[in-house]
Every structure is written in C-alpha cells, then in structure tokens.
Ligand binder design. Structure first.
Ligand code: ZN
Length: 241
C-alpha cells in the first residue's frame, strides 16, 4: 500500500473510476478539480455527491478520502477557442484535431497537480487520460504523460509518479474496471451520479447515466455501456442497419 495520491477529479466516469482505483491502493487520497471555463462545468457539481457516497457506502476505504480542492484556471478562455469552452461555429482546425481540443489542457492540469503534490507530499498523481477511446487529443497519449512526468520531476526536484490506469482501456473496459474495484455499488454510483456529457446535461437520465445522449462524450459512454452490458452497439443515426 503506497502512502498518498492526488487524483485529478472532475466528477465524470473516468475520474470517479480513478478515485476508486486510488482508494484501493493508497492510504490517503486527496482530489483536485479544475474550473477552466468548460461548458460541462455541471460535472463539477456532482463532485460532493460522489465524495459523500464514497465515504458513506464504501466502508472498505475508511477515512482514506482526504481533502478536495477546485483550482480556477481562467487562462484557457483568454488563449484558445474550443467547443469545450462554449465557442460555437468554429471552423475545422488546421492541425486536423477536433474543435473540442483545448490545447495544453492536460499539460497545464498535470503541471498544477504536480506543484500541489510537491507541496502536499503526495507520492503519485492519478489521472484518467486514455489514448484508446478518445479523439486523438495529443495530451492524452502515454508518451506525452511519460515525458511530462520526467520534466516535472526534474523541474520540481520531485519523484512523483503519474498513474493513468485507464490509458489503454476503452469505455467498456472502464465500466468493467469500476466493477472489479467496487462491485455493482460503484458501477451504480457512476451511472447515477457522474456526468461526462460535454453539454453538462444533468436532467435527462439514460440507461448509462446523465447526459444529452447526442454529444461525442455521451456517444462514447453509451457505446462503452453497451459493450460492458454485452448488448450490441447502438446503431448510429444515418447508419445502414
Ligand atoms: Zn452529452
């Protein structure tokens, strides 16, 4: 059992799974969330509900969940345009990346978290970056994370590892991992309380949880749920059946 971890926690499916993964492996788990002007800031509203449930319903991790903090990062809105920041009608990016890409987002997140870990004495950062089931974001790739870990440790004179337990999983595997860690209780908590939707839709409930059911994030979550529950993948609109 390692001593302490700082989990990058947004309140979505991935970061809730990462928090549980960390609770299984570390004696103390602190969390940090980032308010960076995201359109889906609603997911941050679910954080307290999820923390309360993790404390109340998971007695196997007693007293491990420590402090939580939200750090404001207003710089992105000043520097970049992205559909994730609520910018509409954007032309395709010239680098071929999706208009939802927020350049440098995870680089800045991990840099801020590494500073916090240095000051808080954490052994590890735990984050939900994943390169298999995403939209080609370069800051979700394992190479990026590995090289960041080296640079941050050099620059901060630290030995903090960056753990990314979801790196090579697809969304179906992520549901399965949640079940392995915390059983159906954890799966139900994630379904009922976590929000991954790019639009931050908290009012309409789908079989796989809250979300608009139309955005790329909802589509990924729905496909993963279908795979996890062994149903056929949902037919996409316009696709020949
Ligand atoms: Zn959605």
């Amino acid at each position: 059992m390692r001593e302490s971890a700082l989990v990058l926690f947004s309140g979505g499916q991935d970061s809730t799974t990462c928090a549980a993964w960390a609770l299984q492996r570390f004696n103390r788990v602190d969390t940090v969330g980032f308010a960076y002007g995201q359109e889906n800031a609603n997911e941050l509203l679910q954080r307290d509900t999820i923390f309360n449930a993790l404390r109340r319903d998971f007695r196997e991790w007693p007293g491990k969940l420590g402090s939580d903090r939200i750090v404001r990062l207003d710089l992105f809105g000043q520097l970049v345009k992205s559909s994730l920041l609520g910018d509409e009608g954007l032309p395709p990016r010239t680098d071929g990346l999706p208009v939802s890409f927020v350049p440098g987002r995870n680089v800045v997140f991990l840099t801020v978290a590494a500073i916090m870990a240095k000051e808080g004495g954490h052994d590890a950062l735990v984050a939900g970056m994943c390169e298999t089931d995403y939209e080609g974001y370069p800051d979700c790739r394992d190479d990026t994370i590995k090289s960041l870990q080296a640079s941050l440790n050099l620059g901060l004179q630290a030995r903090t590892s960056i753990e990314t337990p979801l790196m090579y999983l697809d969304k179906g595997d992520t549901w399965k991992l949640a079940e392995q860690i915390g059983g159906k209780r954890l799966v139900n908590l994630i379904v009922n309380q976590s929000c991954t939707c790019y639009g931050g839709e908290l009012t309409s409930m789908q079989p796989w949880g809250m979300g608009c059911g139309k955005c790329a994030a909802c589509e990924r979550r729905a496909k993963g749920w279908a795979k996890y529950t062994f149903k056929a993948e949902p037919t996409l609109e316009g696709e020949a059946s």
